[in-house]
Design a protein around this ligand. Sequence first.
Ligand code: CMC
Length: 429
Amino acid sequence: MSKSSLSVTDNRTGKQYEIPIQNGTIRAVDLRQIKVADDQAGLLTYDPGFLNTASCRSAITFIDGEKGILRYRGYPIEQLAERSTFLETAYLLLHGELPSAADLDAWVHGVTHHTIVHESIKKFIDGFHHDAHPMGMFVSTVAALSTFYPEAKHIAEERSRRNQIFRLIAKTPTLAAFAYRHSVGMPYAYPDNDLSYAGNFLNMMFKATEVKYVPNKALERALDVLFILHADHEQNCSTSTIRGVGSSHSDPYSAMAAAAAALYGPLHGGANEEVLRMLREIGSKDKIPAYLERVKRGEFRLFGFGHRIYKNYDPRAKIIKRIAEEVFDVTGKNPLIDIAVELERIALQEDYFVTRKLYPNVDFYSGIIYEAMKFPLDMFPVLFAIGRTPGWLAQWQEMLLDKEQKIARPQQIYAGPDQRDYVPIEARR
Ligand code: CMC
């Protein structure tokens, strides 16, 4: 008997089964052979929220949630945040290796020269109400891009995939900035190809009447690092969404719009926006204990706390806390940081948070920085989406090239009524 296997006895039948174990995993389909009668369906696993189900093999991102470790393609997030750039990290995620100098030049040039969007995209954005949430505009315009690039549906062609990847990484900041400018009634600012990825985004967001926008170097670097920290996070809700939607072979714009829609939720990428609302509601340090009591009573959750995978400090939150200081040197301190630091200090001493292993996550401090940089609250999830774009695309491509992948189609446990006859309306009670 192989040692790398699981012996299962089905007490309903007394039959025994050997299920192979590989990489600490059993294949769910191996359970199908376990059945009471030949004409019955085999055993299923039931896993709402995928708490204990691996849906793919992936070579992109490694997380050890107990130890608080995050690596992209093997490289620790701390090293990438210190030494890489967002576009280099995007290349790494998509290609598996750090680029040579020539490859990086070509990559940056390719992204930089795809930043302009079709003029008609502006008409879509113009059609939104002035107070439309920028994330709603972002999701819609990302989806709309598929109508401008119909060849994107040729997902099996490497060249087509590559073109759409360039376009999506290049155009997401443009769409995001245009959504913002629409919401504040400012004319759209076009991309400036002389600037870096983050610098150009700041230009499209904040350029006023000056002929040439010059981004502040420290803020430009801080934003670039924030994008690196958000670039991928293995099989989270939005990444599972792009894989799931992409598994039906829809084009990458439609699949990424779905991922962005998943990110929008307050339990995922919308949490950074909620953190700021929460800190403003708390208002001052002396109100923290009473606020935490309400959290412990289950009235609401502490936003920016807790994670499905991290049962230790989120390594991204540590780096973000450090960046906050660098940003405040330029912008002046955001007073909310004092409330956040105190909230963290008190929460991490409370039994409720300690026993549940609830630590600050990436969203806890990011919003405070964004606010100091003058990004409005409702842009926070959009900033998350810009950073996450290369990760989504890397995961989408990996899924397409994985021969084991099939259309995503979970099973269910049917819990509805048994067969019954249609009742004419006049006979219904
Ligand atoms: N505040 C208070 N209690 C919490 C929190 C929180 N933020 N998060 C989890 N808990 C409690 C929860 O009530 C439960 O307690 P009990 O066992 O007594 O019922 C226990 O901790 C386990 O929670 P869970 O809901 O089973 O955990 P999950 O893995 O399904 O949820 C989460 C993960 C991130 C959705 C959750 O921690 C949460 O809602 N956090 C607040 C929203 C947030 O900050 N989201 C951003 C996540 S990081 C960025 C990203 O990837 O999007």
